[in-house]
Design a binder for this molecule. Structure first.
Ligand code: 5RP
Length: 238
């Protein structure tokens, strides 16, 4: 017997499936990463298989690329494109100004590159991701392995509470091994015990540290936001 889907997943699926309806024939699509993006890619595969729509895509992670490839979606090398028609991706938090924290799934760098060359970034979230203030979700920051301890101490000297993300135990990893991104880098997750009061300033300070590749703050990138609810309905924030 099939397990019932948890309410949060119903919301994520509703948002992901609604986004698939925005994809039209001939589009070059950026595929996000994460559990909500998974539902989008699932619905996109189904939409392409059941209609005459032909699209191609670029993925923000090896995971999403594998899912799309298995579903028959042709994938492009990012170096062969200059613009994407649309990118559909999840978020960890989004505020009233559509500023976001992303990178919970570790794909923030590729996600930001694709979002930055997309005519529109459509954000798909469950309603829990809408926040008044960013920073309850720890901010992911991608750092190069060289001098990573030094980079962490410089991050923390800014008054941040950062620590390296670790691999989940159990999947053939040594206990406490550091998580490695698809780009071969590490992630520092920064906790803000009181929330983040000045995201732009924090972002600038972090990016001024040599060794920091990218932060999970996404500003001025979100277009339409599709919010899914546990009863399966959606709302679109234009
Ligand atoms: C991955 C991301 C995801 O979009 C974000 O973590 C949301 O994930 P989910 O849809 O699983 O809640 O930024 O790097």
């Amino acid at each position: 017997m099939n397990q019932p889907i948890p309410p949060k997943d119903i919301a994520k699926r509703a948002a992901g499936h609604a986004a698939a309806k925005l994809i039209h024939d001939g589009m070059l699509v950026g595929l996000g990463t994460g559990s909500t993006a998974f539902y989008f890619i699932e619905a996109l595969i189904e939409r392409c298989a059941s209609s005459n729509i032909k699209i191609s895509a670029v993925a923000t992670s090896e995971r999403s690329a594998a899912q799309a490839k298995a579903g028959g979606i042709p994938l492009y090398d990012i170096n062969k494109v200059t613009t994407l028609d649309i990118t559909v991706d999840g978020a960890d938090e989004i505020d009233h100004q559509k500023r976001m924290i992303k990178g919970g799934g570790g794909a923030l760098l590729r996600e930001k590159i694709l979002a930055s060359i997309s005519r529109e970034m459509v954000v798909i979230i469950d309603k829990e991701k809408l926040v008044d203030q960013l920073g309850i979700f720890p901010l992911p920051v991608e750092v190069v392995p060289f001098a990573h301890q030094l980079t962490l101490s410089r991050i923390n000297k800014l008054g941040c509470h950062g620590s390296f993300r670790r691999k989940k135990n159990g999947d053939n990893t040594t206990l406490n091994e550091l998580y490695v991104t698809d780009n071969g880098n590490y992630i520092v997750d920064i906790a803000f015990p009181q929330g983040c009061h000045s995201p732009e300033q924090t972002n600038n300070a972090l990016k001024s540290i040599p060794g920091v590749v990218e932060t999970g703050f996404f500003f001025h990138l979100a277009g339409r936001v599709i919010v899914g609810y546990p009863d399966g309905h959606i709302k679109i924030i234009p």
